[in-house]
Write a protein that binds this ligand. Structure first.
Ligand code: UD1
Length: 432
């Protein structure tokens, strides 16, 4: 059986919803619990397939994982394993986050290589170079990363490219290394800050939070702790774009507006009225005529690549010519052909898409090629005439908690259905 969403064109979205915890924050927080023995707690954890996959990886390593509501308990007392096998890593590339902690804790790790994803190659060379710099021996054989080390040794390491995942892995490995590690050109995404808060609460000594230079004074051991995952800025951004596209008025609760500055600035430039306080954002696009705006993605605090497909849906639905350039993933345009099936006029050249927007999208069956591509198609369905059927929505289940019910809470007409006649699910599902 394959589930799909039926999305209908409708009046402006109205109302308010709560934003869930960030899956991209939760996954490193989960991996960090491997660094010590005992029971760690992570709050504000959404029930998502990616979280379930990471829980499977943790269980494979011997941890007990219990996810009740939004509270996740991980007991690593009986952990013994040091392997993350291919059948789990291929489901979700962030499984590679166990590499650093396993190496730091047990002196060895055997993790399957994640491979590419639906929008092209996604190397892990920086993760591996980082482990080697910490004095680990790294071998690649039979599609696996085999890493060994006695005690990891602190080092000065510069990331040649800003990488969220490689920064996560280096933090997770270096906190238990001997001596001091300095990381240059580290990623500064809010999810990294969340991880640093957790690690420091566990007893680590990490300095420089929020900057591209991190200094980690290694410690001998860490202790379990309790931490709250930050709100999901990509989920929040998706609903803000949906509100703008439908000319609605929507309030998001449980958000950190500062994490969304690039998007809020662009939405405001488009003509939407944005009000925010400490933990809520209200977008009002009811009265204004909106115009599309070009964007370029980049590392935080620049416009997030994970919001570029949704932004493309917005640009496709507003009259005007725009350009979307992805500097993080130059091939991330699998959603273009599907948006064009809905009547959009988008051409791709190099790492840019050129969009001739119009208000005449029309509903059709479309396939989600990955998580955010799926979100873009659902958003387009909200403004396309008739009904849009979005298939391959297992991708959306990886990253959007209660997508349909949250949209329905805002007045959308969206229904989850299932049939057994659609094509086999063959797309890789490890993007995002
Ligand atoms: C994370 C996010 C993903 C988001 C991406 C960019 C998680 C679980 N996923 O992915 O949703 O789209 O950040 O914001 O948090 N690179 C290398 N070598 C490496 C690693 C990365 O060249 O070893 C390159 C990538 O190809 C890419 C850039 O660095 O061009 C940034 O990627 P990175 O920040 O590592 O993305 P992820 O951590 O995989």
């Amino acid at each position: 059986m394959n589930d799909y969403y039926q999305v209908s064109a409708q009046p402006p979205l109205q109302g308010q919803i709560d934003i869930s915890g960030a899956k991209n924050a939760v996954l490193p927080l989960m991996a960090a619990t491997l660094l010590c023995k005992g029971k760690s707690i992570i709050n504000n954890v959404p029930q998502l397939d990616d979280v379930a996959t990471m829980a499977q990886v943790m269980r494979y390593l011997g941890a007990k994982v219990d996810h009740q509501g939004s509270r996740l308990t991980i007991d690593t007392q009986a952990c013994h394993g040091h392997q993350a096998p291919y059948h789990l890593v291929t489901k979700m590339r962030a499984s590679i986050y166990v590499l650093g902690p396993l190496l730091a804790r047990y002196g060895r790790a055997n993790v399957a290589l994640p491979g590419g994803c639906a929008w092209g190659p996604r190397p892990v060379d920086l993760h591996l170079a980082g482990m080697q710099a910490l004095a680990a021996k790294v071998e690649l054989t039979h599609g696996n990363i085999h890493a060994y080390a006695g005690k990891l040794k602190g080092v000065d390491f510069t990331f040649s490219t800003s990488s969220v995942g490689a920064t996560v892995n280096m933090l997770l490995a270096s906190v238990l290394a001997e001596g001091t590690t300095r990381l240059f050109n580290a990623a500064i995404e809010p999810e990294i800050d969340n991880l640093i808060d957790q690690l420091n609460a566990m007893g680590a000594n990490i300095f420089g939070k929020g900057t591209t230079t991190l200094c980690i004074a290694g410690v001998d051991q860490l202790a379990p702790t309790e931490i709250n995952a930050i709100p999901d800025r990509i989920e929040a951004g998706t609903y803000l774009i949906a509100a703008a596209m439908t000319r609605g008025r929507v309030r998001l609760n449980q958000v950190i507006p500062a994490h969304l500055t690039a998007l809020l600035t662009k939405l405001s430039d488009c003509g939407a009225d944005i009000q925010y306080d400490q933990d809520s954002i209200t977008l009002d696009a009811q009265r204004q005529g909106l115009r599309p705006m070009s964007i370029k993605t980049g590392p935080y605090p620049q416009f997030a690549t994970d919001l570029a497909p949704q932004w493309m849906a917005l640009c496709a639905s507003l009259p005007g010519i725009t350009q979307i350039t992805d500097h993080i993933y130059p091939d991330r345009f699998q959603h273009v052909d599907e948006l064009n099936r809905l009547g959009a006029n988008i051409r791709v050249k190099g790492n840019s898409a050129y969009i001739i927007g119009s208000t005449s999208l029309s509903g059709a069956p479309v396939n989600a090629s990955d998580l955010r591509a799926g979100a873009a198609l659902v958003l387009a369905g909200l403004v396309a005439n008739g009904t849009t059927e979005v298939r391959q929505i297992h991708h959306l289940d990886r990253g959007y908690h209660n997508l349909a019910s949250k949209l329905m809470q805002l007045g959308a007409t969206i229904q989850r259905d299932a049939d057994d006649t659609s094509v086999n699910v063959t797309h890789l599902s490890l993007c995002g």
